[in-house]
Design a protein around this ligand. Sequence first.
Ligand SMILES: Nc1ncnc2c1ncn2[C@@H]1O[C@H](COP(=O)(O)OP(=O)(O)OP(=O)(O)O)[C@@H](O)[C@H]1O
Length: 287
Amino acid sequence: MIQCEGLVKIFKSSDVEVVALQGLNLTVNQGEMMAIIGNSGSGKSTLLNILGGLDRPTAGTAVVGDWDLLKMTDAQLVEYKRHTVGFIWQNNGRNLLPYLTALENVETPMILGGKRDRAYAMQLLEWVGLKDRMHNKLHQLSGGEQQRVAIAISLSNRPKLLLADEPTGSVDSETCDTIMGIFRKMNKELGVTIVIVTHDLTLAGKVDRIVAIRDGLTSTEFVKRNPNLDDEHGLSEAGAADIHEAFVIIDRAGRLQVPKEYLEALSIDNRATLEFDGERIVITPPR
Ligand SMILES: Nc1ncnc2c1ncn2[C@@H]1O[C@H](COP(=O)(O)OP(=O)(O)OP(=O)(O)O)[C@@H](O)[C@H]1O
């Protein structure tokens, strides 16, 4: 579904250049529900905005389904945003029209896309647990309910890919569980591929795979040992190792990122020796 290779994004202003993505590789399979984690400034939102067609990459490869995000015209980008991808933000004000009802909000992107489907809009609102609230105006709904409307809106044009930037960032833990449950249901029933960007390590047990981004590059990947099991544990909790297996990511050229704390612990600066003992590759500081 998603194939990024050597993806680069440079933000330029008059006197500074920020390299937000520095050759990132990421593959996401059709039907996966996965999360991207990383510290503030690591490039998560930049990546999501590129995948959502909100921002253009500077270089590299970014392919989503049949679309090549580096080669698309502006008209194709509009088409892509309308029909292939759905987006959810932490601050759902960007998706919602306060003076319309929940149902009208879900129908609006359908109308813009050229086809209103009231039955499907109602079905989506039922799926997110708002069957009895669909005729309420947005300002009559709680923050958590509004976030659920935002999820229904993001799915209104039947996207193949759903991108969520900190979707549980401003809700309590119970609403967070509800939202993750809705994502899982949509993932299973509609087959929509879901990519969630989050700071929240406790979400980790609820997705199939987590990719960690560090300094604009993918660094480590955590894959669930039993993909059929949704678990309460996050990555930081005891027992997480039983749930996820951790892998370091190696790119096509054989490069990998060694965690800074390992390098510092061994006082490795800009060079090291590599030895292969037949089973393991060992990195040691130069003598
Ligand atoms: N429009 C922009 N102009 C200039 N620099 C930007 C722009 N957007 C992002 N950056 C810079 O790019 C880097 C990556 O930012 P990004 O927002 O992708 O990080 P993030 O991992 O999503 O962080 P957070 O978790 O805090 O949202 C940061 O150094 C940021 O300051």
